[in-house]
Write a protein that binds this ligand. Structure first.
Ligand code: NAD
Length: 351
């Protein structure tokens, strides 16, 4: 009789594949997933000081970046592996792909491994809506969505479901991207307008989201395109040398960021002096700092994506996967009967 390679009491790690993530979203409902992740982000941002924080560790090449995003609190540790390669779409590949892991601080054992390409789109959209809840003008109903790639529908639906946006004005330098986005949002109940220029897209919008991919200091918005009272949600400027807004806009805006040591390297504010004042969003969430103060103020969420958002998203997925059973057990951890007899465990496979 051969000894089974996988004893029935073996420690297996729940794994959420791309296929299972897609099923999970349909089972839970996209709006409910966005809301769940947004609430978990707010919960974790409210206990910001409990987390170990570090700017992400980036490996740059002339065409893109690969990043590791770790963080931990007393109970859990998480990291995400993510890339950003704007030229990939031209080759039929994603600009952004990701996976991540959640682990137990007590044992150091992983408790979830998950795809995070879809999850990053969900958490980035949820984060945008969390920021807009505190910063967008009251009664905002129209958003300009500039950059209509992989993130765009998620951004639009989060603003619809969490903020009450009813109208989205789309613009992309590639008309095919705008048509794809409009088609995907056709059944959402949002009123969609396809625009011929960024100037056209911002007409009548109280929120302007920029979510473009271009590895350079772009001018997606120029100063004259941003009127008083607008909330800017700048997603695509998230790497050294990769920004979307004209510098003059930043000088007219109250700027809100995730984690300043990372945003100063990667965000729109890399264009400004290193001591330019910014407000940390977690302090707005706890009430320690004000969000929007008046109707004429221009507010800017200089989003780069921070590790705690991924930590929150993984926390939410772990609960949702448990609830729905939508995960597969992964043989990731060596589990010898005698913890010191790793060699003996290897010998079991001898046949
Ligand atoms: P994508 O490549 O799928 O889409 C980007 C779109 O931008 C493309 O359709 C492209 O045609 C368009 N574009 C490029 N330059 C433009 C311009 N000047 N005006 C209008 N449209 C323009 O990429 P994606 O996955 O949607 O990601 C978009 C950006 O968001 C990337 O730069 C990515 O790095 C960033 N991102 C940020 C976060 C965050 O947390 N802040 C999270 C995920 C992605």
């Amino acid at each position: 009789m051969t000894t089974p390679l996988l004893p029935s009491d073996k420690a297996l790690v729940p794994f959420v594949s791309v296929d299972l993530m897609m099923q999970l979203i349909h089972r839970v409902g996209l709006a409910s997933a966005l809301k769940g992740i947004a609430d978990t982000i707010e919960e974790d941002f409210a206990r910001w000081e409990d987390f170990d924080k570090t700017p992400r560790v980036a490996a740059h090449s002339p065409v893109g970046v690969i990043e590791l995003m770790p963080t931990a609190n007393r109970t859990h540790y998480a990291f995400k592996y993510v890339n950003g390669h704007p030229k990939n779409t031209g080759e039929g590949l994603q600009t952004v792909t990701a996976f991540g892991l959640l682990a137990d601080m007590d044992t150091g054992y992983p408790v979830l491994l998950s795809e995070m390409t879809i999850l990053t789109a969900l958490r980035t959209a949820a984060m945008s809506a969390v920021a807009a809840r505190h910063l967008a003008p009251k009664g905002a109903h129209c958003m300009a969505m500039i950059g209509n790639g992989a993130q765009a529908e998620f951004q639009s639906l989060a603003m619809q479901n969490l903020l009450g946006i009813t109208h989205v004005r789309l613009y992309d330098t590639d008309r095919a991207a705008t048509e794809k986005c409009a088609a995907n949002l056709a059944a959402s109940g949002l009123h969609i307008t396809q625009c011929a220029s960024p100037e056209d897209a911002v007409q009548g919008a109280q929120i302007i989201t920029t979510c473009t991919a271009d590895k350079r200091n772009a001018r997606v918005l120029t100063d004259n395109m941003v009127g008083a009272g607008v909330h800017l949600n700048a997603i695509g400027g998230d790497c050294p040398g990769k920004t979307e807004l004209a510098e003059a806009i930043l000088h007219r805006s109250e700027i809100f960021v995730e984690y300043p040591p990372q945003t100063r390297i990667e965000g729109e504010i890399q264009q400004l002096a290193p001591d330019h004042p910014v407000t940390e969003l977690w302090q707005v969430i706890t009430g320690a700092q004000p969000g929007r103060r008046d109707a004429r103020q221009i507010t800017l969420f200089d989003s780069v994506g921070f590790a705690i958002e991924d930590f929150s998203a993984l926390r939410w997925v772990r609960e949702a996967a448990k609830r729905t059973g939508l995960y597969m057990p992964l043989d990731l951890l060596a589990d010898p009967d005698d913890p010191r007899d790793l060699f003996g465990m290897v010998m079991r496979a001898q046949g």
